[in-house]
Design a protein around this ligand. Structure first.
Ligand code: ZN
Length: 703
């Protein structure tokens, strides 16, 4: 036995069939396995570059196969990092991450591969490829071009130089925001000042004090303080909602909107520089603006299309946002506030009004939502809509934790089409927060056989306590439905090309279509009531509670909508029509748009842009609009079901199958606009989203 096959036998990351053996993977396996796999792939790339034929079989087929070993050697590492984090695993991941990223870039920027694909597109063979095959080539060409593969000489050097600087200042931007956020604290020592705070804020703020003041003798308790308030969201948001000290709210608010705007953490220069570099980069690649460059890889067809969406949503939402403000003003006045309402009053009075209108708490709902019951409801909805059967298959697959479940998905005829893992509960010591869906094994053709897809669904729901099952909050139920929607796209795909199977290859302003579509069912009365059963009494959710949940869905929706639109507009204009280093500063632009959008004008010293990490430190540049874009799509898709009557079982089943065939099955193998039009018969409309948000006609005051 040679050395290679020996390590292969011992290292569980060096498999290439079956499920990843999660139970056997140790941090020590990572570096040797990934190093070996990357070395082998690099060798194959070199030989492919030297001998490729501009045909599917001579170029794309070998490319498709290249990443299979990485699917087994690297994806499980990323997954375990999310669900079973440890110091050793983090180190191993960090050691190899650079090499994995470099390999991806190496492939995207390969001149011979790029030229080969271009030749294929121009040849007679092109018309003989399937739609999915053509889409794979189109996406690869686009990714390559956006990574500068089409550039030569001076332009190429400049491009590489700019990419490096953009990546550097983007990291600087985020670090400044993090450091500026960390630099602020408000210590509260008077018990009187913590009056009215919820339990969770008291706990968090006392814990925060103890962590920050480890070296003092003072030990904070949730009941007596001292409490430490910071600008991190879990501290900032509830403090603004519940602190009765108006002056302290003002202080915290002012600190929040001026983060990273002065001293050595000032992001002002970075913003200017970033906008200039992005504009130059887009122009170098042949685009009129950075926004046009960004949209070239998205579903939204043009900047104008995005602006039209903004305007339609704004027109309908604006009167509601103004009315929301009037409601808060009136409430504040009645409750004795004599000063005119200010930004630091809004969250506070909005919470008081919420308490007045919807007197229920998340905890009140929990006993009605035991996880097993919710899963049953979800699975039977999927059976009704898509004709699939979901069965437990625990024990069939290796798992990374005893709480992890495994399920099989069967088609009508009993044939298995996919499987999925569900890792439902929060485990703060080792699992990251939030919820997500990820591919475990993507559907693909392997030596004339189809390998069925397997997906990961990870949530952070409340774990079971004692004998009782996990009791979910309504928002945890929503999250489960959301991730399950992503999962459906992964498991019900019929595409055999890994690059465009399931969620792979879907433009990211369209990728939330299926997930948010599923969320809508949580507000459909029979579906929701059907998955409730009080853990003690066995009763379903009472009608009055359901009505409150329904009403809370649209609470202040006009104000929320206007805020999201405002951010989207600022982002789009900065990356489209704005001239860096022109007469208008980015802050002037922010102010100009906010004056149109916000019922309460921003403070002149507002420097929110200096902390707008989504667009200056993350991937949302000229893409912030996609939150709304995806909501429009999913609401409109759900509206198709409403139009035929949600109680019309046979029509719903028929339409559900159509959704499965037109949206879930093709995944990323078609342009999302074509996918949407196939299902809906027309382009997306903003009307259903406005209707679901209660924003069609202004309602009377009821406060
Ligand atoms: Zn999502």
């Amino acid at each position: 036995m040679d050395q290679h096959s020996k390590t292969r036998e011992k290292n569980p990351l060096l498999t290439s069939s079956g499920l990843p053996p999660f139970h056997l993977i140790q941090p020590g396996h990572v570096v040797p396995a990934v190093t070996q796999v990357i070395g082998e792939i690099e060798g194959k790339v070199e030989s492919l570059e030297a001998h490729l034929e501009p045909t599917w079989d001579g170029l794309l087929e070998p490319l498709e196969k290249l990443d299979l070993p990485l699917e087994y050697a690297w994806n499980p590492v990323v997954h375990l990092l999310n669900v079973r984090n440890s110091e050793a695993l983090r180190k191993a991941h960090e050691t190899m991450l650079g090499n994995v990223v470099a390999l991806g870039l190496r492939l995207r920027q390969s001149e011979p591969i790029y030229q080969g694909m271009k030749a294929l597109r121009q040849s007679d063979l092109w018309n003989r490829l399937s739609n999915a095959q053509r889409r794979v080539v189109e996406l690869k060409l686009r990714n390559g071009e956006h990574a500068g593969v089409g550039l030569t000489g001076e332009a190429k050097n400049r491009f590489i130089q700019m990419e490096r600087e953009i990546s550097q200042i983007s990291t600087d931007f985020s670090n400044h925001v993090l450091d500026a956020t960390k630099a602020f604290e408000l210590i509260i020592t008077e018990e009187e000042d913590a009056k009215g705070w919820p339990e969770s804020l008291r706990n968090l703020a006392a814990q925060s004090f103890n962590q920050a003041r480890r070296d003092t003798d003072v030990k904070a308790t949730p009941e007596r303080g001292p409490w430490r308030i910071t600008l991190d969201h879990p501290s900032f948001v509830p403090f603004m909602q519940h602190s009765r000290r108006r002056d302290q709210r003002e202080k915290v608010y002012r600190a929040f909107i001026t983060r990273a705007s002065e001293g050595n953490l000032d992001n002002t220069e970075i913003i200017q520089r970033m906008l200039r570099l992005r504009k130059e980069k887009a122009e170098l690649l042949g685009f009129g603006s950075y926004a046009e460059f960004s949209l070239a890889s998205k579903m939204a067809p043009s900047v104008t299309a995005v602006e039209t969406m903004f305007q339609e949503l704004q027109r309908a939402s604006s009167p509601h946002a103004f009315k929301d403000l009037q409601d808060l003003k009136r409430l504040a006045r009645r409750q004795g506030q004599t000063e005119p309402i200010a930004h630091w009053d809004l969250p506070f009075w909005a919470e008081r009004l919420r308490e007045k209108r919807f007197d229920y708490t998340e905890d009140q709902l929990r006993p009605y939502f035991p996880l097993p019951r919710v899963l049953r409801g979800l699975f039977s909805l999927c059976q009704k809509l898509f004709g699939i059967l979901i069965e437990p298959a625990d024990g069939e697959a290796p798992v990374w934790h005893a709480d992890v479940r495994y399920f099989r998905v069967l088609d009508q005829d009993g044939k298995r089409v996919a499987s999925f893992y569900l890792d439902p509960y929060s485990r703060p010591q080792e699992k990251r927060g939030g919820a997500w869906m990820d591919n475990c094994l993507v559907r693909r053709r392997l030596d004339h056989e189809i390998r069925l897809p397997v997906v990961h669904l990870c949530c952070n729901s409340t774990p079971p306590v004692g004998e009782k099952p996990s009791l979910m909050s309504f928002s945890e139920v929503n999250t489960l439905f959301h991730e399950f929607g992503h999962g459906l796209q992964g498991v019900l795909t019929t595409v055999d090309l890994a690059d465009v199977a399931g969620v792979n290859g879907i433009e990211w302003d369209a990728v939330e279509l299926a997930s948010q579509f599923m969320e809508n069912w949580c507000y459909h009365k029979p579906t929701l009531i059907g998955m409730t059963k009080h853990v003690d009494s066995g009763e379903p959710l009472p009608d009055d509670l359901f009505q409150k949940v329904l009403a809370a869905r649209t609470y202040r929706s006009g104000s929320l909508m206007m805020r999201q639109l405002e951010l989207g507009m600022i982002d789009m204009e900065l990356h489209h029509s704005y001239t860096p280093a022109g007469p208008e500063s980015p802050f002037d632009l922010h102010r100009r748009i906010s004056m149109q959008m916000s019922p309460l004008p921003p403070l002149p010293e507002d420097r929110f842009l200096c902390a707008f990490s989504h667009i200056f430190g993350g991937g949302y540049a000229a893409g912030y609009y996609s939150y709304k874009w995806a909501e429009v799509l999913s609401a409109d898709a759900f509206a198709a079901f409403e139009e035929i009557g949600l109680e019309n079982e046979s029509a719903i089943a028929k339409l559900g199958r159509r959704f499965r065939e037109t949206v879930l099955a093709p995944g990323g193998s078609r342009h999302p606009m074509d996918v949407f039009k196939d299902f809906r018969g027309r382009e997306p409309s903003t009307e259903p989203l406005l209707r679901h948000n209660g924003l069609v006609a202004p309602s009377g005051s009821d406060e």
